[in-house]
Design a binder for this molecule. Structure first.
Ligand SMILES: Cc1cc2nc3c(=O)[nH]c(=O)nc-3n(C[C@H](O)[C@H](O)[C@H](O)COP(=O)(O)OP(=O)(O)OC[C@H]3O[C@@H](n4cnc5c(N)ncnc54)[C@H](O)[C@@H]3O)c2cc1C
Length: 140
C-alpha cells in the first residue's frame, strides 16, 4: 500500500478519516507545517491512510490508545500535525501444522522464529529454535 515504504498519516487526517496526501502534507491551514517528519514523505515514507492497512479492531484500539495517551501527556498527542507511521504488520501463521518440535508435515523440515510465523518476539523465537534443535537431535 505504501509502494514498499511505510505509510505516514497526519493525526488530523486519521481522526477525520481521510488519507494523507503529499500535496497537503504541510498544509498551513491545519497546522501541518508545525511538525516535520524525520523521514521525507514521498522518498522514504508514503502519505496514505493507515486505516486501510490494518483491520478495524487494530485501528479502534489505536484510537483508544491515542485518546488515553492524550490525557496522560497533557493534550499533546491528539494534535492535527502529529504523525502516525504504519511500518510493520505481523501475524501468526495458523496455516500449517507442526508437531511439538515444530517439524512440518514434510519430514525433517522444521520451522522456527518470526519469519515462519511461529513466534513474535525474542523469547518466543529463541524457544522455537530450541524446540527445533531438540527435535533434530531427538533419537526417537
Ligand atoms: C526495532 C525492533 C524492536 C524489537 N523489540 C523487541 C523487544 O523489545 N522484545 C522482543 O521480544 N522482541 C522485539 N523485537 C522482535 C524481535 O527482534 C524478533 O521477534 C526476533 O529477533 C525474531 O528472531 P528470529 O530469529 O525469528 O528472526 P531474526 O532475528 O530476524 O533472524 C533472522 C536472521 O536470518 C537472516 N536471514 C534472512 N534471510 C536469509 C537468507 N536468505 N539466508 C541467510 N540468512 C538469512 C537475517 O539476516 C537474520 O539474521 C523487535 C524487533 C524490531 C525490528
Amino acid at each position: 500500500m505504501g509502494n514498499g515504504k511505510p505509510i505516514i498519516q497526519r493525526v488530523g487526517d486519521f481522526l477525520d478519516e481521510k488519507r494523507s496526501k503529499l500535496d497537503t502534507f504541510y498544509d498551513r491551514n491545519r497546522w501541518f507545517n508545525k511538525v516535520n517528519p524525520t523521514l521525507e514523505p514521498g522518498k522514504f515514507v508514503s502519505p496514505g491512510d493507515i486505516r486501510m492497512a490494518y483491520p478495524y479492531k487494530i485501528i479502534k484500539s489505536l484510537k483508544e490508545a491515542l485518546i488515553k495517551l492524550n490525557k496522560i501527556f497533557d493534550n499533546t498527542i491528539l494534535k492535527e500535525e502529529n504523525l502516525l507511521y504504519a511500518p510493520e504488520i505481523k501475524f501468526y501463521s495458523f496455516k500449517y501444522k507442526t508437531n511439538k518440535f515444530l517439524e512440518t508435515s514434510i519430514k525433517n523440515i522444521y520451522v522456527a522464529g518470526d519469519g515462519a510465523g511461529k513466534s513474535r518476539g525474542i523469547v518466543g523465537a529463541a524457544i522455537s529454535g530450541m524446540l527445533v534443535a531438540e527435535g533434530m537431535t531427538d533419537d526417537e
